[in-house]
Ligand binder design. Structure first.
Ligand SMILES: [Zn+2]
Length: 316
């Protein structure tokens, strides 16, 4: 049973907002697109795995993309399975090519199109997440909880090779069988209905999406970025101002509210989760303060501060 849906995380959405607003011929564009593709391929692998997760019986609670602060640092899991008697962390890798798990030197070597590449050893990665999860569970008075780890290879063209048998490494199709084997290993329930509810609330409450400052990360000046509203359907910035809003050059149909919300999400992802009236006008190329006030009212944005220097909070 899915308890937390898989959605594009804030990092992916930020890359998408950034790339549609970065000039086409900008020198670093290729590098940023490459980084974006890496994250997107990872996300697609997770989505492909959802099919196999849907085969699990309802007693398994599925939490996708969790990122929780455990006191020292964040633990981040692609999927967490919660059953009444144990937990499983799934680290999903959507790598194509020959994947050689070198357990002696703790490295993953991928050979693709004649090229060798080394990756962080996923078993170490998932072990680290497990230690952090266990610390967080203990902090919340859940002690001695069995937590199993799985590294799931989701790419149909990923060939697994290992230096020794690694029980944690599986293909997506084996998830159900592997989880069933855990359930025969851990027969005794450790979580009551009440515990499961408490843990559910805690996991959702403490989840925080990673925020990423693209300008610092790529050392790019904010002035490079194209401002203006964006079509919420085809994502073009080529929208034309008409009397009561904007129209898309591709004739997409949307309401003014949909366009404002979508464009403000870009603003929030790239610049700031708050906006003033003058920043709003600068971003949307609007000259009238009152037109801006009307639009902000339409969105019902919460604000702080007195009339003149009011700051509006973008809730997404
Ligand atoms: Zn459009």
């Amino acid at each position: 049973m899915i308890k937390k849906e898989r959605e594009k995380n804030r990092k992916l959405l930020t890359y998408e907002a950034f790339l549609r607003r970065l000039p086409e011929n900008y020198p670093q564009r290729e590098l940023i697109e490459k980084d974006y593709m890496k994250y997107l391929i990872g996300y697609k692998g997770e989505v492909a795995t959802d099919f196999y997760l849907s085969e699990l019986p309802d007693e398994y609670h599925i939490y996708n993309n969790l990122r929780i602060f455990e006191g020292n640092s964040y633990f981040q899991v692609d999927t967490l399975l919660l059953s009444p008697s144990f937990l499983v962390i799934l680290e999903i890798k959507n790598y194509a090519g020959v994947l050689y798990f070198d357990d002696q030197y703790k490295q993953l070597i991928r050979t693709l199109e004649g090229k060798e590449e080394v990756f962080e050893y996923p078993i170490l990665q998932v072990d680290r997440q497990r230690s952090k999860l266990k610390r967080w569970l203990t902090k919340n008075n859940f002690t001695n909880i069995p937590v199993e780890n799985l590294v799931v290879i989701s790419h149909p063209n990923g060939i697994i090779k290992t230096s020794t048998y690694l029980k944690e490494v599986i293909r997506s199709g084996s998830i159900l069988g592997k989880v069933e084997s855990f359930s025969s290993k851990f027969k005794q329930s450790i979580f009551s209905e009440k515990d499961l509810k408490k843990l559910h609330k805690l996991l959702l409450k403490e989840h925080t999406d990673e925020k990423i400052d693209m300008f610092t990360k790529y050392n790019i000046d904010q002035s490079i970025i194209k401002l203006g509203p964006c079509c919420p359907i085809c994502f073009t910035l080529k929208v034309e101002k008409v009397k009561k809003g904007w129209v898309c050059i591709n004739n997409c149909h949307f309401t003014l509210e949909e366009l404002l919300k979508f464009s403000l999400l870009d603003y929030s992802l790239l610049f700031s989760p708050t906006i003033t009236n003058s920043q709003f006008r600068e971003f949307f190329f609007i000259s009238s303060r009152y037109t801006a006030i009307d639009m902000i009212k339409m969105l019902g944005l919460k604000f702080t501060g007195a009339q003149k220097n009011r700051t509006y909070h973008i809730p997404y």
